[in-house]
Structures are given as C-alpha cells and as structure tokens.
Write a protein that binds this ligand. Structure first.
Ligand code: ACM
Length: 544
C-alpha cells in the first residue's frame, strides 16, 4: 500500500470510530487493518448468486442460502489426492477469517457440508467447468477434473462476504445464496504476463501475483524471463547469463535471478493454482543482457556494457554465427527440462537491429529447436513476418493504429492455422497509464482507462481472422516503471479482472453497464487482500 493510501485509510478509520462513538478499547474486530468490519457498508449479507467476476455462464438462483458454520466439514473423495489437496486449499482460504475448524473429511462424512466432487461423465463441464449447488442442506461443487473444482472454489469464495479474505477472525454470518451456477470458460487460454526482467521480482512476489490471478480464474502465467536489462533464469551451460547478465535492472538496482530450484518452485506453485507457466526467452532482439555476458554472441565479438535504461530495439543475437544456435539450443534444452507446460515463448518482437533476412533465418532455425525439446512455440505477432511453426501461437500486441497490412499478415497466419492470443496494447497492457495523471506506467499506446480495457470483443477484434483461431487473451504487465508489489497492484487492479472476464465469460454477458457494478463490489475484497488499486471515476465504487 502506498503511503498516501495508508494515511487516507488511517483518517477514514479514525472518522469511522468517531462516528460510531466507539471508545479506544472497543474497536471492531477488523480495526487493526483498516477500521472496517466485513468490507464496505454497502456489501449485503448475502451476495446475489453470480454477482462475481468473471460472471458465470449460467446462474439460477433458488431457495434459501447455505450457511457456513463452526460445524461445517469439507467433503472430498478420499481416493483422489488432488481433491483432498483442493479441500485443504479451500479450508486454508476460509479458516483465518471464519475461525472455524473446517475439517477435510471423506465425502460420506460431510453431509450438510461443502462437498468437492469429481464427475468425469459430466462432459458439458469440459476441462475447467464446474457446477455449484447451494441450499440450506449443503453446498456441492462438481467438476470433471480438479481444475474445474479449483475454478469453482474461486466462485464459492467470491460469493462469501469479502471479509472472508482477511487473515484474522471476522464476524459472519457466512452465507452463500441458494441456487445453481453452471460455468465453463469461453477461452482455453486466459493469461497474464509478468516482466521480471526490467525489474526483478522475488519468488514470493511472483506467488502473490499467482494468487491474485487465481481469484479471477486466469490459467496461464507468462514469465518474461530475459530482456536487455536482465537475464533472470539460471542456465548451467552459460552461467554468466545470470551471474553477470542478471546483476542489474532498469535504474541500476541489483536485479536478481531464479535458480533452477526457485523457478521450479514458481512452476509448482502455479500448478497448485491450476496455472500453466509459459517461460519467455525473448530473441533475437531484447538480448543485451546475454550479449553483455558473452562476447562471442556478438557479430563483432565485443560485449556491450550492461544496460539499465528503457530503450528498445538496439540489440540482436548474431543470426549468421553458428555459436548463436549452440547457445539457443542449450538455453531451450535446459528451460524445456524445467517446464512441464506445453509452450516456450521465443519473443521475436522489436527486432529492429536484425535484418529481415536474418530474422527469418533465425526463426527458421530456432522454432525446430523448440519442437526438438518437446514444446510448442509462442511468439509475439512479428513472428508472422517469418513462418510460424506448425502448432505455434502468436500473440498480437498491436493497437488500433497498427497498420492494416500488419494486422492482415497476422490474420492470414490465423487463416492458415496459427492460433492467436490477443493482447492489444491499447486494451490489455496493464502498464499503460490510466490517464495523464497516473503516477506510474507508460503511455506509448495511449491512456487505457478501465472501461477501455474491458469493452472489446476478442472474437471480432482482428479483421479477417477466424473467430475460432482466437485461443484467448492475455494481460501483459511490463515493468520498466514498476519496482514493487504495490506498483504491480495499482496497475493490474482493476483492469486485470476485466481481462480475466473477457477470457472466461460468454460473449453474451459482456456489458460494461452491469460489469461496472460487479467490479465495484470487488473493492472491499481488494482491501481485504491488501491489493492497492486505482479508484477509476468510471466505476461506482462503494464509499471508502
Ligand atoms: C512488446 O510489447 N514489445 C511485446
């Protein structure tokens, strides 16, 4: 939290205490945090079914609510270790604020409780869908696969009062509206990218972001692991990449890098939140950190100095040199061995210091290396200037003013079978300033207010691209100007939940005028999770 907001909250809580006439010793259960009890006064005791983000595909309210009590048990299928683990995760979410024991027990012993059930025959639920049934005599989550139960747990969590997110015991009641939600995602790829190169973020900071993404049903964490300013992943065969190339960052700070064990810890943590990690090594441009670490990677054999500024487009691996491909093979082999996910992102953007012929030759050689190590290619959409490999996905990061010919080149690749991830910079780039007054961020793609980032249709975005080529959306968070988790928070929130909803919810539900109220109702949840966010004037936030 920024100092300014801390002071605002302190003043707010003093006013609240004064208004309530509460003496010094008689504060609410919550006053240690920000002086509120159970979120904002505007929050109802029972949240209407489906009044969450992303909005569920189908909501059928019915009957009285389910009540969580100190006697509630969480029932799981004991024979399935993943469901037991999900039961533990759910109990871990609910215990601190409720103070209830919430034992995780075999399904048969959980009558009247919360039950997590796998039903592989429920084909309409797909890989990540779930059904939630809530009634006074019990709450049941059903899914075909553990990933679906995990997404359903996020729904259950958001249906509860936001005070459930707090880390100390709060007053209930803890009710979930009665009825049935049946929910499946619109897109299979729902991503968020974190740039750990321009500024380095620790394993714990990345885990915090993973948990924020989980709440909004994001399923892919793209890590931008290398750039001009820093190389962040250990490669045993080229150790100076990290010991030297990882030793700084934008502004000249100490940078940092992940050991292989630390990277694997991130991958494991993401998997526990049902997120697939897509690691990116950006090539052939955006490579100054590597070029500085090994002179032989440079066409002239001379290593440039480390770089801590924010220019782009000045560096390139040396496409004609054989050693370049030894290097790429080693890096991709070692990274693929650490990565259980399907994809490796090879960058390919802003290669302004690579000739077109070199770029094409480079991509023709490098993409088969990715395949050799069992992975599929993702590249920024400039990869369509070469020939995307079979099964590759390209990530479009252009904007409204991107020349029509460039958009058409991407659309043509999509018509030829290349899948698309949509990250239009003037909609989804979380590092763009909201307005001219935003303290952090960049503005090269314009200002991106909350409505603008939400109010577009991925299926109809790129003229000439078949709707079924669109595999999903991703919200990149570049960190030239962002150095702390508070900085990440205030740029990601509240735009990230909107991009997550674009990825998850059916097109027919897409409507700013209803979304803005559901988003506003996330505010006390952001507060409870200590997420600093931008209070956009476009959103009818509850009073602070
Ligand atoms: C990018 O923003 N250069 C992908």
């Amino acid at each position: 939290m920024t100092q300014r907001r801390r002071i605002q909250r302190l003043i707010g809580s003093l006013l609240l205490v004064a208004a309530a006439g509460v003496g010094g010793g008689e504060a609410t259960a919550d006053s240690g945090t920000d002086g509120r009890s159970g979120g904002s006064a505007a929050e109802p005791e029972v949240r209407p079914l489906g009044h969450i983000v992303p909005v569920p595909a189908s909501v059928a309210p019915a009957g009285e609510p389910y009540s969580l009590t100190r006697h509630t048990r969480i029932g799981v299928d004991d024979a399935r270790p993943e469901t037991r683990e999900l039961g533990r995760y759910l109990a871990g979410l609910l215990r601190p604020a409720t103070g209830f024991p919430l034992p995780v027990v075999d399904d048969r012993a959980a009558r009247g409780g919360i039950r997590l059930r796998l039903s592989p025959g429920d084909t309409e639920l797909g890989d990540e869908g779930y059904r939630l049934r809530s009634a006074p005599d019990g709450l049941t989550l059903t899914a075909r696969a553990p990933a679906g139960l995990f997404r359903g747990v996020q729904t259950l969590r958001q249906q509860l009062p936001s005070a459930v997110e707090r880390k100390s015991v709060q007053n209930g009641p803890w009710k979930i509206a009665g009825g049935t939600i049946t929910d499946t995602p619109r897109y299979a790829y729902r991503g968020a990218m974190l740039d750990v190169s321009r500024h380095f973020f620790t394993v714990d900071e990345v885990k915090r972001y993973i948990d924020q993404l989980a709440l909004y049903k994001v399923n892919t964490l793209h890590l931008h692991l290398s750039d001009d300013q820093g190389w962040r992943i250990a490669v045993d065969s080229w150790p100076r990449l990290t010991t030297y190339g990882g030793s700084t960052e934008v502004g000249g700070g100490p940078g940092g890098f992940y050991t292989k064990a630390q990277y694997q810890e991130i991958v494991r943590y993401a998997a526990s939140r049902y997120q697939e990690v897509v690691p990116e090594i950006d090539m052939p441009g955006h490579t100054n950190a590597a070029l500085a670490s090994y002179p032989e990677l440079n066409c002239d054999g001379v290593a440039p100095p480390l770089y801590t500024g924010t220019k782009v487009g000045f560096s390139s691996l040396c496409a004609p040199k054989a050693v370049t491909y030894d290097f790429v093979d080693d890096v991709i082999r070692e990274l693929a061995a650490l990565t259980p996910g399907r994809y490796l992102h090879i960058g390919g953007d802003e290669a302004h210091s690579t000739s077109h012929a070199d770029y094409v030759a480079f991509m023709d050689k490098v993409q088969p290396v990715v395949a050799k190590y069992g992975k599929k290619v993702i590249g920024w959409h400039q990869l369509t200037g070469a020939t995307p490999a079979e099964g590759a996905l390209v990530q479009f990061w252009g904007l409204d003013r991107t020349p029509a010919a460039e958009k058409e080149r991407v659309a043509a690749a999509a018509r030829a079978g290349t899948g698309l991830i949509l990250s239009p910079a003037d909609r989804t780039y979380l590092d763009m300033k909201y307005t001219k007054d935003t303290r952090l961020g960049l503005a090269w793609a314009g200002y991106v207010e909350v409505r603008r980032s939400y109010d577009w249709n991925p299926a109809a975005y790129l003229p000439g691209a078949p709707a079924d080529a669109v595999r999903g959306v991703e919200a990149p968070l570049w960190t030239e100007t962002l150095a702390t988790t508070d900085d990440l928070d205030v740029m990601a929130f509240p735009r990230l939940p909107g991009i997550a909803e674009l990825g998850w919810s059916p097109a027919a539900t897409h409507d700013w005028d209803t979304y803005k109220f559901r988003l506003a109702d996330q505010a006390p949840r952001f507060d409870a999770l200590d997420i600093d966010y931008y209070r956009s004037p476009e959103v009818p936030w509850p009073a602070e």
